[in-house]
Ligand binder design. Sequence first.
Ligand SMILES: [Zn+2]
Ligand SMILES: [Zn+2]
Ligand SMILES: [Zn+2]
Length: 202
Amino acid sequence: RSDEELLKGLLTDDYCHVCSSVLIFESHRLSHYGGKKHNQKVRMYLETARAEKTPKSQMMSSSKNRFCELCNMVFNSDVVAKSHYEGKVHAKHLRKQSRHPPAKDTEVHASSSLTQNPEKSGQKSTQESDEELQMHTTAASASTSSELNLKDPNKYCYLCTVSFTDPMTALQHYNGRKHQKKQARQELLNELGDDEQLDDSL
Ligand SMILES: [Zn+2]
Ligand SMILES: [Zn+2]
Ligand SMILES: [Zn+2]
C-alpha cells in the first residue's frame, strides 16, 4: 500500500485533513503542503495508519517480544528486548530453567514410561486412577488370598492358629501330638456345647 493511496482524499485543494488546516489561498496551500510541519504530520499519520492495519497477531508477537516471561522483565523497545535476549541475564535464566525443568512433568513422563504404555502417557488423570485401581486390586486380592488361606486346612489350622507354607508341613502338624490334643479338646467342647443346647431347648 503506497503513501499516496493512504493520503488519497485527505490532502485536498482547500483543506488538509491530516493537519486539519483550511487552505483557501493557493499560496497558503503550496507553502503548507511543502512545509516541515505538514510533512511531519503526514509521516506520523502514515505510521499510525500502517500500525492500525498490521494484523493483531503481529502486534501481539511484537509486544510479546518486549516481555520476557522467563526473567519476568518488560522492555521499552525492541532494541532493549533484543539486547536482553542476547544478554547474560537471560542466558543465565535459560540455563537455570533447563537445569531444573518443571518437576511434575518429568515425574509423570518417567513413571508413565516405566509403568504405562506410551499411548497412555499424557493422560495424567487416567494414569493416576489406573494406579489407584491397581493398588486397590492388589490389596483386595491380598485380603482375599489370606481369607482363603484361613479356610484352607492345607495352609492354616484354625484350632491352633498356625499357618503353613506347604501341605507337607500342614500334614505333619495335623498328625502331631499338639494338634491332636487340641482337636480332642475341641471335640469335647463341641459335645458339651451340644448337651447344653439340648438342655436349654428342653
Ligand atoms: Zn497538512
Ligand atoms: Zn529473559
Ligand atoms: Zn492344629
